[in-house]
Ligand binder design. Structure first.
Ligand code: CP
Length: 337
């Protein structure tokens, strides 16, 4: 499976071509994403907020699930790269008349699209699309079911590197609903690949997947023990829309045991930062005093997300171009023979 993810996401010479999962990607690619994003961070502060890297390319946003941050920052990222952007309104599209996902994509391919950015409630949907779409279209996963949210994980890695200088020696605690979190899974792969010292998952037993230790994490069911001396604390939202049974007593009881408050953060490293992928539920997984306090870098995560998404889009388009050029050279060589 890891090989499958590598083949699907990388060209023969190791460049990014699709971005479906952190799994299967080497450290060098993750570092290239972070370094490329660093080169884009100041674009948002310029008078003219764009660069010509994707001029003439067409990016299609396909969000089958609601989104504020991911959808907006993908659109801004594409526009800052000078691409043409098409936002498909799924609720008003012909899928409501029974058109299948693949038929919809074939029609969008016929419009000479270059990239599909896909959010879908079904785990594996972007992987499936990447296997079946034409080779001319790059597929970027904007979050699928419980499976993966790789650009979120990379903007989180960017934020951690920005505030902590790197990953070596870091203890990172991911707190809350781990069971339903595609973000947590992608963060764990990224933190492992980038060499964090210790990754902890913290939450009630019912919201921690069984055998998650095999991913190289330490499990804590007591909040203060889980965040003790942590350098980075990532709070996660309770994903009630994905809970099909009563996995926790009530939101107020969850806050009583696992909500991040200033008092509880006293056990963390004195310079610990607090992150959250959003949307936040104040008074459920995080108190307002923390979300709006000096340790929180939550809105910086959002800002960095634009640069990280610009990096992923420009790298995958570059990989596609390199792949097309290699195929053309091969065809020409065969023609000469
Ligand atoms: N973090 C995140 O994926 O937020 P949205 O659902 O608003 O995109």
């Amino acid at each position: 499976m890891n090989d499958d993810y590598a083949t699907l996401q990388l060209t023969e010479d190791g460049q990014l071509r699709n971005f479906i999962s952190i799994r299967g990607l080497p450290k060098s690619i993750l570092e290239q994403i972070l370094d490329t994003a660093a080169s884009f961070v100041d674009v948002g502060g310029r008078d003219i907020k764009n660069v010509p890297l994707l001029r003439g390319k067409t990016v299609v946003n396909l969000f089958f699930e609601p989104s504020t941050r991911t959808r907006s920052t993908f659109e801004l990222a594409a526009k800052r790269l000078s691409a043409d952007v098409l936002n498909i309104d799924i609720a008003r599209s012909a899928t409501s008349k029974g058109e299948s996902l693949m038929d919809m994509l074939r029609n969008l391919e016929a419009m000479a699209s270059d990239m599909f950015v896909v959010r879908h409630a079904d785990s594996g949907a972007p992987h499936y699309i990447a296997r079946h779409a034409t080779p001319n279209v790059a597929i970027i996963n904007a979050g699928d079911g419980r499976h993966a949210h790789p650009t979120q994980a990379m903007l989180d890695m960017y934020t951690i590197r920005h505030y902590k200088g790197g990953f070596e020696g870091l203890t990172v605690a991911i707190v809350g609903d781990i069971l339903h979190s595609r973000v947590a899974r992608s963060q764990i792969y990224a933190l492992r690949t980038l060499g964090a010292k210790e990754i902890r998952v913290v939450g009630p037993k019912t919201l921690i997947p069984t055998a998650i230790e095999s991913m190289g994490v330490n499990v804590f069911t007591h909040l203060e023990e889980g965040i003790k001396d942590a350098d980075v604390i990532i709070a996660l939202r309770l994903q009630k829309e994905r809970m099909d049974s009563a996995l926790l007593p009530s939101e107020s009881e969850f806050f009583d045991q696992y909500g991040l408050t200033n008092e509880r953060l006293k056990v963390a490293h004195p310079e610990a930062i607090v992150m959250h992928p959003g949307p936040i539920n104040r008074g459920v997984e995080i108190a307002s005093e923390v979300a709006d306090g000096p340790r929180a870098v939550i809105l910086h995560q959002v800002t960095f997300g634009i640069a990280v998404r610009m990096a992923v889009m420009s790298m995958s388009m570059g990989g596609r171009e390199a792949e097309r050029n290699a195929a053309r050279r091969q065809q020409e060589a065969q023609h000469v023979r």
